[in-house]
Design a protein around this ligand. Structure first.
Ligand code: C2E
Ligand code: CA
Ligand code: CA
Ligand code: CA
Length: 388
Protein backbone atom coordinates (compact mmCIF):
# COMPACT_ATOMS: atom_id res chain seq x y z
CA UNK A 1 0.00 0.00 0.00
CA UNK A 2 1.38 3.37 -0.93
CA UNK A 3 -0.16 6.62 0.17
CA UNK A 4 1.12 10.06 -0.74
CA UNK A 5 1.97 12.25 2.23
CA UNK A 6 1.26 15.83 1.18
CA UNK A 7 -0.98 15.31 -1.78
CA UNK A 8 -3.90 17.29 -0.46
CA UNK A 9 -1.77 20.41 -0.06
CA UNK A 10 -0.54 20.08 -3.65
CA UNK A 11 -4.05 19.50 -4.91
CA UNK A 12 -5.36 22.50 -3.03
CA UNK A 13 -2.66 24.91 -4.20
CA UNK A 14 -2.33 23.76 -7.83
CA UNK A 15 -5.90 22.62 -8.54
CA UNK A 16 -7.51 19.29 -9.48
CA UNK A 17 -6.05 19.05 -12.98
CA UNK A 18 -2.55 19.35 -11.59
CA UNK A 19 -3.43 16.87 -8.87
CA UNK A 20 -4.65 14.32 -11.44
CA UNK A 21 -1.54 14.82 -13.55
CA UNK A 22 0.60 14.26 -10.48
CA UNK A 23 -1.17 10.99 -9.64
CA UNK A 24 -0.57 9.70 -13.16
CA UNK A 25 3.08 10.72 -12.96
CA UNK A 26 3.42 8.88 -9.64
CA UNK A 27 2.00 5.69 -11.15
CA UNK A 28 4.30 6.05 -14.16
CA UNK A 29 7.38 6.42 -11.96
CA UNK A 30 6.42 3.40 -9.88
CA UNK A 31 5.92 1.32 -13.01
CA UNK A 32 9.23 2.53 -14.38
CA UNK A 33 11.10 0.89 -11.52
CA UNK A 34 12.65 -1.96 -13.40
CA UNK A 35 12.36 -5.50 -12.10
CA UNK A 36 9.71 -6.90 -9.89
CA UNK A 37 6.94 -4.28 -10.06
CA UNK A 38 4.09 -6.02 -11.84
CA UNK A 39 1.10 -3.88 -11.22
CA UNK A 40 0.34 -0.40 -9.98
CA UNK A 41 -3.27 0.47 -9.41
CA UNK A 42 -4.85 3.47 -7.83
CA UNK A 43 -7.30 2.55 -5.12
CA UNK A 44 -8.82 5.97 -4.98
CA UNK A 45 -7.67 9.31 -3.66
CA UNK A 46 -3.89 9.20 -3.43
CA UNK A 47 -3.66 5.55 -2.45
CA UNK A 48 -1.94 3.00 -4.63
CA UNK A 49 -1.51 -0.73 -4.51
CA UNK A 50 1.74 -2.05 -5.90
CA UNK A 51 2.03 -5.75 -6.56
CA UNK A 52 5.41 -7.36 -6.93
CA UNK A 53 6.19 -10.98 -7.59
CA UNK A 54 9.16 -13.17 -6.88
CA UNK A 55 10.88 -10.97 -4.34
CA UNK A 56 13.07 -12.04 -1.47
CA UNK A 57 12.88 -10.16 1.79
CA UNK A 58 16.28 -8.48 1.20
CA UNK A 59 15.17 -7.29 -2.21
CA UNK A 60 12.04 -5.73 -0.73
CA UNK A 61 14.11 -3.28 1.31
CA UNK A 62 15.91 -2.17 -1.82
CA UNK A 63 12.68 -1.88 -3.79
CA UNK A 64 11.02 0.25 -1.13
CA UNK A 65 14.00 2.59 -1.12
CA UNK A 66 13.70 2.90 -4.90
CA UNK A 67 10.03 3.77 -4.57
CA UNK A 68 10.71 6.31 -1.88
CA UNK A 69 13.36 8.01 -4.04
CA UNK A 70 11.13 7.92 -7.09
CA UNK A 71 8.40 9.81 -5.25
CA UNK A 72 10.77 12.23 -3.49
CA UNK A 73 12.35 13.39 -6.73
CA UNK A 74 10.45 16.61 -7.45
CA UNK A 75 7.69 16.44 -10.08
CA UNK A 76 7.40 19.18 -12.68
CA UNK A 77 3.69 19.84 -12.95
CA UNK A 78 2.42 22.74 -15.08
CA UNK A 79 5.71 24.55 -14.74
CA UNK A 80 5.74 24.16 -10.96
CA UNK A 81 7.99 21.93 -8.91
CA UNK A 82 6.11 19.64 -6.50
CA UNK A 83 7.77 17.98 -3.55
CA UNK A 84 5.90 15.03 -2.13
CA UNK A 85 6.70 11.81 -0.33
CA UNK A 86 4.98 8.49 0.35
CA UNK A 87 4.07 6.21 3.24
CA UNK A 88 4.49 2.61 2.20
CA UNK A 89 3.03 -0.44 3.94
CA UNK A 90 4.59 -3.73 2.96
CA UNK A 91 3.49 -7.29 3.46
CA UNK A 92 5.07 -10.46 2.18
CA UNK A 93 2.92 -13.37 1.17
CA UNK A 94 3.20 -16.40 -1.02
CA UNK A 95 -0.36 -16.12 -2.10
CA UNK A 96 -1.69 -12.69 -2.92
CA UNK A 97 -5.36 -12.35 -2.22
CA UNK A 98 -7.33 -12.83 0.92
CA UNK A 99 -8.67 -10.11 3.11
CA UNK A 100 -5.96 -10.48 5.76
CA UNK A 101 -3.28 -9.54 3.30
CA UNK A 102 -5.01 -6.34 2.20
CA UNK A 103 -5.85 -5.41 5.75
CA UNK A 104 -2.31 -6.02 6.92
CA UNK A 105 -0.85 -3.89 4.09
CA UNK A 106 -3.26 -1.10 4.99
CA UNK A 107 -2.27 -1.30 8.66
CA UNK A 108 1.42 -1.28 7.77
CA UNK A 109 0.90 1.81 5.62
CA UNK A 110 -0.94 3.47 8.47
CA UNK A 111 1.96 2.90 10.84
CA UNK A 112 4.33 4.34 8.23
CA UNK A 113 2.12 7.41 8.16
CA UNK A 114 1.98 7.56 11.97
CA UNK A 115 5.75 7.42 12.12
CA UNK A 116 5.90 10.64 10.09
CA UNK A 117 5.58 9.40 6.51
CA UNK A 118 8.21 9.18 3.80
CA UNK A 119 9.11 5.64 4.82
CA UNK A 120 8.24 2.01 4.39
CA UNK A 121 6.98 -0.22 7.17
CA UNK A 122 7.00 -3.96 6.85
CA UNK A 123 4.16 -5.35 8.87
CA UNK A 124 5.48 -8.03 11.12
CA UNK A 125 3.05 -8.65 13.94
CA UNK A 126 2.88 -12.23 15.11
CA UNK A 127 -0.69 -12.25 13.94
CA UNK A 128 0.14 -11.40 10.40
CA UNK A 129 3.15 -13.66 10.34
CA UNK A 130 0.86 -16.46 11.29
CA UNK A 131 -1.74 -15.54 8.68
CA UNK A 132 0.96 -15.17 6.03
CA UNK A 133 2.48 -18.50 7.02
CA UNK A 134 -0.91 -20.13 6.78
CA UNK A 135 -1.47 -18.66 3.34
CA UNK A 136 1.92 -19.91 2.29
CA UNK A 137 1.40 -23.39 3.69
CA UNK A 138 -2.07 -23.59 2.23
CA UNK A 139 -0.94 -22.55 -1.24
CA UNK A 140 2.00 -24.93 -1.16
CA UNK A 141 -0.23 -27.70 0.08
CA UNK A 142 -2.49 -27.32 -2.94
CA UNK A 143 0.56 -27.67 -5.17
CA UNK A 144 1.80 -30.64 -3.18
CA UNK A 145 -1.53 -32.43 -3.50
CA UNK A 146 -1.38 -31.91 -7.24
CA UNK A 147 2.25 -33.00 -7.59
CA UNK A 148 1.68 -36.08 -5.49
CA UNK A 149 5.18 -37.01 -4.38
CA UNK A 150 5.74 -34.51 -1.58
CA UNK A 151 3.66 -36.30 1.06
CA UNK A 152 5.10 -39.41 2.60
CA UNK A 153 3.79 -41.82 5.19
CA UNK A 154 6.04 -43.26 7.87
CA UNK A 155 5.02 -46.26 9.91
CA UNK A 156 5.70 -46.51 13.63
CA UNK A 157 5.45 -50.04 15.00
CA UNK A 158 3.16 -51.02 17.87
CA UNK A 159 4.22 -53.98 19.97
CA UNK A 160 2.20 -56.32 22.12
CA UNK A 161 3.75 -56.82 25.53
CA UNK A 162 3.91 -60.50 26.38
CA UNK A 163 5.57 -62.63 28.99
CA UNK A 164 8.71 -62.79 26.87
CA UNK A 165 9.71 -60.77 23.84
CA UNK A 166 7.30 -58.08 22.70
CA UNK A 167 5.58 -59.00 19.45
CA UNK A 168 4.89 -56.71 16.50
CA UNK A 169 1.17 -55.90 16.50
CA UNK A 170 0.90 -53.31 13.76
CA UNK A 171 1.82 -49.79 12.74
CA UNK A 172 0.60 -46.25 13.04
CA UNK A 173 0.75 -44.32 9.78
CA UNK A 174 2.28 -40.88 10.38
CA UNK A 175 2.29 -38.21 7.73
CA UNK A 176 5.33 -36.20 6.66
CA UNK A 177 5.62 -33.46 4.06
CA UNK A 178 8.81 -33.15 2.07
CA UNK A 179 8.46 -29.48 1.19
CA UNK A 180 10.53 -28.48 -1.87
CA UNK A 181 11.97 -25.44 -0.07
CA UNK A 182 11.49 -25.87 3.67
CA UNK A 183 12.47 -29.51 3.87
CA UNK A 184 10.70 -32.06 6.04
CA UNK A 185 7.66 -30.62 7.79
CA UNK A 186 5.98 -32.03 10.86
CA UNK A 187 2.26 -32.71 10.82
CA UNK A 188 1.95 -30.54 13.92
CA UNK A 189 2.68 -27.60 11.61
CA UNK A 190 0.52 -28.37 8.61
CA UNK A 191 -2.37 -30.54 9.85
CA UNK A 192 -4.05 -27.56 11.58
CA UNK A 193 -3.79 -25.56 8.33
CA UNK A 194 -5.10 -28.53 6.38
CA UNK A 195 -8.05 -28.73 8.72
CA UNK A 196 -8.85 -25.05 8.53
CA UNK A 197 -8.65 -24.97 4.74
CA UNK A 198 -10.46 -28.31 4.38
CA UNK A 199 -7.49 -29.62 2.41
CA UNK A 200 -7.47 -32.34 5.05
CA UNK A 201 -10.24 -33.98 3.04
CA UNK A 202 -8.21 -34.82 -0.10
CA UNK A 203 -5.09 -35.27 2.05
CA UNK A 204 -6.90 -37.64 4.41
CA UNK A 205 -8.17 -39.66 1.47
CA UNK A 206 -4.64 -39.97 0.16
CA UNK A 207 -3.39 -41.06 3.60
CA UNK A 208 -6.11 -43.68 3.94
CA UNK A 209 -5.47 -45.14 0.50
CA UNK A 210 -1.71 -45.17 0.93
CA UNK A 211 -1.84 -46.64 4.44
CA UNK A 212 -4.22 -49.42 3.44
CA UNK A 213 -2.12 -50.27 0.39
CA UNK A 214 0.95 -50.49 2.63
CA UNK A 215 -1.02 -52.48 5.19
CA UNK A 216 -1.82 -54.93 2.46
CA UNK A 217 1.90 -55.25 1.64
CA UNK A 218 2.71 -55.88 5.32
CA UNK A 219 -0.02 -58.48 5.46
CA UNK A 220 1.33 -60.21 2.36
CA UNK A 221 4.82 -60.31 3.91
CA UNK A 222 3.52 -61.90 7.11
CA UNK A 223 0.00 -63.27 6.55
CA UNK A 224 -0.44 -64.92 9.92
CA UNK A 225 0.58 -61.96 12.04
CA UNK A 226 -2.73 -60.10 11.93
CA UNK A 227 -0.98 -56.75 11.70
CA UNK A 228 -3.21 -53.74 12.20
CA UNK A 229 -2.80 -50.40 10.44
CA UNK A 230 -3.66 -47.40 12.58
CA UNK A 231 -4.65 -44.26 10.68
CA UNK A 232 -5.19 -40.83 12.24
CA UNK A 233 -8.46 -39.24 11.24
CA UNK A 234 -9.49 -35.60 11.69
CA UNK A 235 -12.86 -34.43 12.94
CA UNK A 236 -13.70 -32.84 9.61
CA UNK A 237 -13.15 -36.12 7.77
CA UNK A 238 -15.30 -38.04 10.18
CA UNK A 239 -18.26 -35.69 9.95
CA UNK A 240 -18.13 -35.56 6.16
CA UNK A 241 -21.22 -37.11 4.58
CA UNK A 242 -20.38 -40.49 3.13
CA UNK A 243 -17.24 -41.02 5.20
CA UNK A 244 -18.12 -44.64 5.94
CA UNK A 245 -19.19 -45.58 2.45
CA UNK A 246 -15.97 -44.03 1.14
CA UNK A 247 -14.04 -46.00 3.73
CA UNK A 248 -15.76 -49.22 2.76
CA UNK A 249 -14.83 -48.48 -0.86
CA UNK A 250 -11.12 -48.00 -0.11
CA UNK A 251 -10.98 -51.10 2.09
CA UNK A 252 -12.54 -53.10 -0.71
CA UNK A 253 -10.29 -51.59 -3.37
CA UNK A 254 -7.10 -52.18 -1.39
CA UNK A 255 -8.15 -55.69 -0.46
CA UNK A 256 -7.67 -55.51 3.28
CA UNK A 257 -9.77 -56.98 6.09
CA UNK A 258 -11.76 -54.21 7.75
CA UNK A 259 -10.51 -55.52 11.10
CA UNK A 260 -6.96 -54.70 10.09
CA UNK A 261 -7.75 -51.01 9.98
CA UNK A 262 -7.91 -48.97 13.16
CA UNK A 263 -9.04 -45.36 13.05
CA UNK A 264 -7.34 -43.13 15.60
CA UNK A 265 -9.53 -40.33 16.81
CA UNK A 266 -9.16 -37.88 19.69
CA UNK A 267 -11.45 -37.36 22.65
CA UNK A 268 -12.48 -33.88 21.60
CA UNK A 269 -14.03 -35.34 18.44
CA UNK A 270 -16.49 -37.34 20.49
CA UNK A 271 -18.26 -34.37 21.98
CA UNK A 272 -20.46 -33.87 18.91
CA UNK A 273 -23.26 -36.39 18.52
CA UNK A 274 -22.49 -36.85 14.81
CA UNK A 275 -19.08 -38.41 15.35
CA UNK A 276 -20.39 -41.17 17.61
CA UNK A 277 -22.89 -42.21 14.97
CA UNK A 278 -20.22 -42.35 12.29
CA UNK A 279 -17.92 -44.36 14.54
CA UNK A 280 -20.68 -46.82 15.30
CA UNK A 281 -21.20 -47.19 11.55
CA UNK A 282 -17.47 -47.71 11.00
CA UNK A 283 -17.38 -50.36 13.69
CA UNK A 284 -20.26 -52.10 11.98
CA UNK A 285 -18.03 -52.38 8.92
CA UNK A 286 -15.61 -54.22 11.20
CA UNK A 287 -13.14 -51.36 11.43
CA UNK A 288 -11.53 -50.77 14.83
CA UNK A 289 -11.50 -47.41 16.54
CA UNK A 290 -8.88 -46.18 18.98
CA UNK A 291 -9.14 -43.16 21.20
CA UNK A 292 -5.88 -41.26 20.80
CA UNK A 293 -4.09 -39.09 23.37
CA UNK A 294 -6.38 -40.42 26.04
CA UNK A 295 -6.04 -38.71 29.36
CA UNK A 296 -5.56 -35.15 28.19
CA UNK A 297 -9.17 -34.52 29.25
CA UNK A 298 -9.62 -36.46 32.48
CA UNK A 299 -13.38 -36.07 32.40
CA UNK A 300 -13.61 -38.92 29.95
CA UNK A 301 -12.70 -41.48 32.61
CA UNK A 302 -16.29 -41.54 33.74
CA UNK A 303 -17.77 -42.32 30.38
CA UNK A 304 -14.99 -44.60 29.19
CA UNK A 305 -17.42 -47.48 29.22
CA UNK A 306 -19.78 -45.78 26.83
CA UNK A 307 -17.15 -44.60 24.36
CA UNK A 308 -17.62 -46.19 20.95
CA UNK A 309 -14.01 -47.33 20.78
CA UNK A 310 -12.09 -50.61 20.81
CA UNK A 311 -8.69 -49.45 21.99
CA UNK A 312 -7.40 -46.76 24.34
CA UNK A 313 -4.10 -45.01 23.59
CA UNK A 314 -2.61 -43.37 26.66
CA UNK A 315 -0.99 -40.06 26.00
CA UNK A 316 2.69 -39.82 26.80
CA UNK A 317 2.03 -37.03 29.27
CA UNK A 318 1.11 -39.83 31.68
CA UNK A 319 4.78 -40.72 31.75
CA UNK A 320 5.60 -37.31 33.16
CA UNK A 321 3.23 -38.02 36.04
CA UNK A 322 4.96 -41.31 36.62
CA UNK A 323 8.34 -39.62 36.83
CA UNK A 324 7.03 -37.72 39.85
CA UNK A 325 6.95 -40.77 42.09
CA UNK A 326 4.78 -43.67 43.16
CA UNK A 327 1.46 -41.81 43.28
CA UNK A 328 1.87 -41.05 39.56
CA UNK A 329 2.41 -44.72 38.85
CA UNK A 330 -0.60 -45.64 40.97
CA UNK A 331 -2.66 -43.25 38.87
CA UNK A 332 -1.54 -44.88 35.63
CA UNK A 333 -2.30 -48.31 37.08
CA UNK A 334 -5.79 -47.10 37.96
CA UNK A 335 -6.45 -45.63 34.51
CA UNK A 336 -5.36 -48.81 32.78
CA UNK A 337 -7.48 -50.87 35.18
CA UNK A 338 -10.45 -48.66 34.33
CA UNK A 339 -9.92 -49.16 30.62
CA UNK A 340 -9.69 -52.89 31.17
CA UNK A 341 -12.84 -52.85 33.26
CA UNK A 342 -14.54 -51.23 30.28
CA UNK A 343 -13.17 -54.04 28.14
CA UNK A 344 -10.66 -51.94 26.18
CA UNK A 345 -7.04 -52.89 25.64
CA UNK A 346 -4.51 -50.11 26.25
CA UNK A 347 -1.61 -48.84 24.15
CA UNK A 348 1.01 -46.86 26.02
CA UNK A 349 2.45 -44.21 23.69
CA UNK A 350 5.75 -42.41 23.68
CA UNK A 351 7.89 -44.94 25.52
CA UNK A 352 11.46 -43.66 25.32
CA UNK A 353 13.38 -45.62 27.98
CA UNK A 354 13.69 -49.07 29.50
CA UNK A 355 12.32 -47.61 32.75
CA UNK A 356 9.19 -46.40 31.01
CA UNK A 357 8.77 -49.75 29.33
CA UNK A 358 8.97 -51.44 32.75
CA UNK A 359 6.36 -49.05 34.10
CA UNK A 360 4.04 -49.75 31.17
CA UNK A 361 4.42 -53.47 31.76
CA UNK A 362 3.89 -53.22 35.51
CA UNK A 363 0.86 -51.00 35.02
CA UNK A 364 -0.69 -53.60 32.75
CA UNK A 365 -0.52 -51.91 29.34
CA UNK A 366 -1.28 -54.34 26.52
CA UNK A 367 0.67 -52.60 23.81
CA UNK A 368 3.47 -50.07 23.55
CA UNK A 369 4.72 -47.58 21.00
CA UNK A 370 7.65 -45.20 21.18
CA UNK A 371 11.21 -44.33 20.26
CA UNK A 372 12.53 -46.95 22.70
CA UNK A 373 11.11 -49.64 20.42
CA UNK A 374 11.25 -47.89 17.07
CA UNK A 375 10.78 -44.43 15.57
CA UNK A 376 8.40 -43.93 12.66
CA UNK A 377 9.97 -45.97 9.82
CA UNK A 378 10.02 -45.68 6.05
CA UNK A 379 7.80 -48.18 4.25
CA UNK A 380 10.85 -50.24 3.32
CA UNK A 381 12.31 -50.29 6.82
CA UNK A 382 8.89 -51.23 8.19
CA UNK A 383 8.59 -54.05 5.66
CA UNK A 384 11.98 -55.36 6.75
CA UNK A 385 10.78 -55.38 10.35
CA UNK A 386 7.67 -57.31 9.32
CA UNK A 387 9.82 -59.91 7.57
CA UNK A 388 12.29 -60.32 10.46
P1 C2E B 1 -0.16 -38.64 17.48
O1 C2E B 1 -1.29 -39.30 16.77
O2 C2E B 1 -0.23 -38.58 18.96
O3 C2E B 1 1.15 -39.39 17.00
C1 C2E B 1 2.20 -39.74 17.86
C2 C2E B 1 3.32 -38.75 17.74
O4 C2E B 1 4.31 -39.05 18.71
C3 C2E B 1 4.04 -38.82 16.40
O5 C2E B 1 4.43 -37.51 16.08
C4 C2E B 1 5.26 -39.67 16.72
O6 C2E B 1 6.32 -39.48 15.82
C5 C2E B 1 5.57 -39.20 18.10
N1 C2E B 1 6.32 -40.18 18.89
C6 C2E B 1 6.37 -41.50 18.73
N2 C2E B 1 7.13 -42.09 19.68
C7 C2E B 1 7.57 -41.09 20.48
C8 C2E B 1 8.42 -41.05 21.64
O7 C2E B 1 8.91 -42.06 22.14
N3 C2E B 1 8.64 -39.84 22.19
C9 C2E B 1 8.12 -38.70 21.67
N4 C2E B 1 8.40 -37.56 22.26
N5 C2E B 1 7.32 -38.69 20.57
C10 C2E B 1 7.05 -39.88 19.97
P2 C2E B 1 4.23 -36.92 14.63
O8 C2E B 1 4.50 -37.97 13.61
O9 C2E B 1 5.02 -35.66 14.59
O10 C2E B 1 2.71 -36.59 14.56
C11 C2E B 1 2.15 -35.57 15.32
C12 C2E B 1 0.65 -35.59 15.25
O11 C2E B 1 0.18 -35.23 13.95
C13 C2E B 1 0.07 -36.96 15.51
O12 C2E B 1 0.03 -37.14 16.90
C14 C2E B 1 -1.28 -36.85 14.86
O13 C2E B 1 -2.20 -36.25 15.74
C15 C2E B 1 -1.03 -35.91 13.70
N6 C2E B 1 -0.92 -36.69 12.46
C16 C2E B 1 0.11 -37.39 11.96
N7 C2E B 1 -0.21 -37.98 10.79
C17 C2E B 1 -1.51 -37.65 10.56
C18 C2E B 1 -2.45 -37.98 9.50
O14 C2E B 1 -2.16 -38.71 8.54
N8 C2E B 1 -3.70 -37.45 9.62
C19 C2E B 1 -4.06 -36.67 10.69
N9 C2E B 1 -5.31 -36.20 10.72
N10 C2E B 1 -3.22 -36.37 11.69
C20 C2E B 1 -1.96 -36.85 11.62
CA1 CA C 1 -2.61 10.78 1.51
CA1 CA D 1 -2.24 -41.07 16.67
CA1 CA E 1 -1.20 -40.00 20.33
Amino acid sequence: FLDLDRFKAVNDTLGHDAGDTLLIEVAARLLAISGPVHLVTRLGGDEFVVLCYGLRQEAVVHLVEQMRQAIMTPFEIMGRSCHISASIGIVLAKQAGGLNLVRAADMAMYSAKQAGGNRGVMYESALFDKAAQQFAIEADMRDALREGDQFVLLYQPLFRLGAGRSVLAGFEALLRWRHPVRGWLSPALFIPVAEESELILPLGEWVMEQALRQGRAFHAASPGAGLVMNVNVSALQLTQAGFCSGLAGVIEAEGLDAGQLCLEITESMLTGAGASTVLAEARELGVQVAIDDFGIGYSSLSYLRRLPVDVVKLDRSFLEDVGGGSSGEAFVVAVIALAHAAGKPVVFEGIETQDQKDIARRAGADMVQGFFFAPPLSANAALELVRS
